[in-house]
Every structure is written in structure tokens, then in C-alpha cells.
Design a protein around this ligand. Structure first.
Ligand SMILES: [Zn+2]
Length: 304
């Protein structure tokens, strides 16, 4: 095990980074604004999350994802409408329903496809990106380029939710409290169908789910298993999945991640169910990223 400890340390640090503080995807509006106030009180003026977090309009110009998934920004962002035929945007008070037009079009298509499945009357869309992308005051190490979105694993109700309901409604937890497997009382075949549909959609780079959800998908998938390669285990993600698209064609300053290793990944899950993975010790917080540490084209988007 000693040989693996550096890997575990790196993963534990990534867990702390991914958590990005106490905020969770399902936090209510009051919890979220309290977290934002607490973070703002400690940040230097040129912290990238402070500067990008206060932008309320998109950067003009052609749409462009700039930088990497955890160190980048978005020009020419567009907002996903709060309501569509097959989706509703959740937690609207956060102002994070922005994305590259490629992501918005992708979500509209995925919502329509999911709606054709009997048990998915539509999608509830969680955080996408800020109007100009970039780091966020709360939650999320990534979501910076406008090509990532959180999609709830709670089916859309058959009515339009009010803005207050969207800010408060809890999401279904699909994982057992001990984290070892899905909760069979909550997990449905439609959850697997939705994840399979998303993973098979062109343009997807990775999808992050809780390890227990990946374990269930590995168990339930039949002979057609190629799509499982893109489904990656990660902490949390028990009430939603994280969709990550590849860089849009022509966005030359957008840095793709290396593709996942070959295979369905189902034989590499054991570590995720060890005590150190299930209960990671948080490391010291990383120093806040400064605007000057982002690509120069990102700093230009927030210059006055
Ligand atoms: Zn996410």
C-alpha cells in the first residue's frame, strides 16, 4: 500500500479541491448565499473566483472556451432558458445557467431524447457556468469553460416549478448512506438509460458519477459496454451527474483533457470503496487562484 500512498494523497487533495468548500450542488439559496459571503470575506481583490463571480453578463464576441477545465473562462456565453419543452433550470438564483452555445444546444437535444423515454419527462439542469465562466465562489473546481453541466438524477415534475421551488427543492439521493452501493429503493432502470444515452452522445469527454453509481452501471450493463469508459467515478455526485464536453472545434485556446484509459473501468473500482476513499481527510485549502494565473485571454475578459 505504501507505493500507492502518493496516489491516494493526490486523490485526497483533488477531493478537497473538487469539494471547493462546504457548498454542495443541492444547497438551497440561503445556504449558498451564506457560503458566498464567507468566501468573499477571505479572498484577495484579484482572486479569480471573486472577479469572475461578480460578472453578471457574458463577455461579448464569438463564443470561445479558453483554457483548461479547472483554469479557464468563456467568451460569448449564452444562457439556457429557465424553461424549455423538456427541461427546467434549477437553483436559478445562482446565475450559473450559462454556457458555450455548443453546451446549450447539447442540453436541449439531450433533454428531448430523455423525454422520449417514458420515465424521464424532462431534465432538471443544475449548475453550468457563470456568464464569463471562470472559477466560482462556491463549489466546483471545474465548470469554468462553459462546456460542463450538472444534471439532476431527479425526474422533472409534470408541472412548472416556481423560482422559489427551484431554489429550495431537494434532489433525490441515489446512493446508500454507507456509500457502498446505490439505494435500490431510489435507483431506477431509467437512471441507467439516461446515463447511457448521455455517454453515447457525440461530443462527450467524460461523465462523473458517484462510485456506487458506476458500480451499479457496471453490474447492469449488458454486452454493449463501450459507453462505460466515459463514466468516471468521483466523490459526491450522488444526486446528479456531471457532464463534460470536449473542446468545441475551432476553439484553439481550449485545452482538452487526455481521454480516459481504454476499457469500461469496471475492474478499477475497488479503491473507491476503501475507508480512505469513502472518508477522505480534507487537505489544507489551496491558495486562491489569481486572475493573472489564468490564460491572458481570460484576464482580458474581466479587465475594466
Ligand atoms: Zn459538476
Amino acid at each position: 500500500m505504501a507505493g500507492r500512498s502518493p496516489i491516494i494523497w493526490v486523490l485526497a487533495c483533488l477531493a478537497a479541491l473538487a469539494a471547493g468548500g462546504p457548498t454542495r450542488a443541492q444547497d438551497t439559496a440561503a445556504q449558498e448565499s451564506a457560503h458566498r459571503r464567507a468566501v468573499l470575506a477571505t479572498l484577495p481583490q484579484d482572486a479569480a473566483k471573486r472577479v469572475f463571480g461578480r460578472a453578471t453578463s457574458p463577455a461579448p464576441g464569438p463564443a470561445q472556451a479558453i483554457g483548461g477545465y479547472t483554469r479557464g473562462c468563456l467568451a460569448g456565453g449564452v444562457e439556457l432558458p429557465a424553461d424549455g419543452p423538456d427541461w427546467q433550470v434549477m437553483r436559478p438564483s445562482r446565475g450559473r445557467a450559462w454556457g458555450h452555445p455548443l453546451l446549450v444546444a447539447f442540453l436541449e437535444r439531450l433533454a428531448a431524447t430523455a423525454a422520449q423515454q417514458a420515465d424521464w419527462p424532462g431534465l432538471l439542469i443544475g449548475d453550468m457556468a457563470q456568464p464569463r465562466g471562470g472559477p466560482m465562489l462556491t463549489g466546483h473546481a471545474s465548470h469554468q469553460l462553459g462546456i460542463e453541466a450538472d444534471i439532476w438524477l431527479t425526474p422533472m415534475p409534470d408541472r412548472r416549478l416556481s423560482p422559489a421551488e427551484r431554489d429550495e427543492m431537494p434532489a433525490l439521493d441515489l446512493v446508500r448512506p454507507d456509500g457502498y452501493d446505490i439505494d435500490p429503493k431510489v435507483w431506477r432502470p431509467a437512471d441507467r438509460e439516461l446515463l447511457e444515452t448521455a455517454a453515447k452522445s457525440p461530443g462527450v469527454a467524460r461523465i462523473f458519477v458517484n462510485p456506487a453509481i458506476k458500480r451499479a452501471l457496471c453490474r447492469e450493463a449488458g454486452a454493449d459496454r463501450g459507453w462505460l469508459r466515459l463514466i468516471r467515478p468521483w466523490w459526491e455526485h450522488r444526486r446528479h451527474f456531471h457532464l463534460r464536453l470536449s473542446c468545441p472545434t475551432g476553439d484553439h485556446e481550449c485545452a482538452n483533457q487526455a481521454p480516459p484509459p481504454p476499457g469500461d473501468g469496471c475492474n478499477e473500482l475497488a479503491w473507491w470503496f476503501t475507508p480512505q476513499a469513502l472518508h477522505p481527510k480534507p487537505g489544507p485549502p489551496a491558495p486562491p487562484l489569481r486572475v493573472s494565473q489564468l490564460p491572458p485571454a481570460c484576464a482580458a475578459l474581466v479587465e475594466r
